[in-house]
Ligand binder design. Structure first.
Ligand SMILES: Nc1ncnc2c1ncn2[C@@H]1O[C@H](COP(=O)(O)OP(=O)(O)OP(=O)(O)O)[C@@H](O)[C@H]1O
Length: 305
């Protein structure tokens, strides 16, 4: 069994974010079950798992939208489990959502201006200059859309606008919920480079993401949730090789005969699994390179907001 105890980076006193034995129950459903993991400053951390595994619920607990049934969340060494969203935000936590939150009737530039105002300029103390806003648009790669209405831009661009709005708050921790959906391959590559740059500045990034190429390519550490529990934590290489992860994602494991597992979780024939042996493809997630394996009993839950 892998060790899921809280790990500290050498030299750092406390991790940027600690999720400590968090449990979330919705009536009879245990959405998160004793989840314990950390996200460190200066690194990109992935939180992955099949549909309904509890990723969004975890994000909601971390950002303050969902009170946990048990357990603690510590951010920059302080227990924030009971703190409201705005206090976590003031302390340096920023989040983007699966559902886009920009003001549709405003231009892309004005959306970023409003985000700056909310985060920094409400008291009139700090006003962002046009240069700051344009630099941010440039940084996330959406300058060409600066004067477009936010409701007229492509979905992938709108996700990058969400990221720009989040960065306007200069967060120490970025929580990104499926940030690459809607991006094409080149945009996804550029986005991965941007994540690495943001981490190199010392920010921590925790991302829920279904694009396994992106996750495996940019994450320093990956935590895998399945049925609410963390079943593996480690580097991309560790995660790829982990038999429990292979079982959760693919319905097979190298150390267990395929015929015992394939039908149990994935509900597909061994031939289809054979095509995906070397790649992790989340159940229910589309990929043009591999067979999509539907999860037995998978749900498409609404975010808790
Ligand atoms: N408000 C709620 N009431 C009851 N059950 C819920 C609620 N929110 C989530 N759940 C259940 O909790 C479990 C975890 O859901 P969650 O949305 O966190 O998973 P997820 O990993 O984010 O899934 P996806 O990848 O599909 O977004 C699911 O079984 C879901 O049906």
């Amino acid at each position: 069994m892998p060790d899921h105890s809280l790990q500290h980076v050498a030299g750092a006193d406390v991790p940027l974010l600690e999720v400590d034995h968090v449990v979330v129950q919705f009536g009879g459903v245990t959405a998160v079950n004793e989840a314990t993991f950390v996200a460190e400053a200066g690194t990109v951390t992935g939180l992955i798992g099949p549909n309904g595994a509890g990723k969004t619920t975890c994000f909601n607990v971390i950002s303050g939208l969902q009170k946990p049934t048990r357990g603690k969340v510590r951010f920059r060494g302080r227990n924030v489990t009971g703190a409201p969203v705005h206090r976590r935000s003031k302390r340096g936590m920023g989040r983007t959502f699966q559902r886009l939150e920009a003001f549709g009737s405003l231009s892309v530039r004005d959306n970023v201006r409003v985000a700056y105002d909310i985060h920094r300029g409400l008291a009139g103390l700090v006003k962002p200059g046009a240069k700051d806003i344009d630099a941010l648009l440039e940084r996330v790669g959406i300058s060409a859309y600066a004067d477009e209405r936010a409701d007229s831009i492509p979905t992938g661009t709108a996700r990058l606008l969400e990221l720009a709005r989040c960065l306007a708050g200069d967060p120490k921790l970025l929580l990104l919920d499926e940030p690459s959906s809607g991006l094409d391959e080149t945009e996804t590559d550029d986005f991965g480079d941007l994540l690495r740059d943001l981490a190199a500045e010392g920010r921590g990034i925790l991302m829920v993401e279904h694009d396994m190429d992106l996750v495996m390519g940019v994450c320093d550490t990956i935590h895998v949730l399945d049925f609410g529990s963390i079943i593996a934590s480690g580097t991309p290489g560790d995660i790829r090789r982990d038999p429990a992860v292979q079982r959760a994602y693919l319905g097979y494991s190298d150390d267990v005969p395929e015929h015992e597992l394939v039908g149990a979780r994935a509900g597909v024939g061994a031939g289809a699994v054979e095509e995906t042996r070397t790649d992790l493809v989340p159940v229910g997630a589309a990929s043009d390179a591999t067979t999509v394996i539907p999860a037995v009993g998978a749900t498409t839950p609404e975010d808790v907001r």
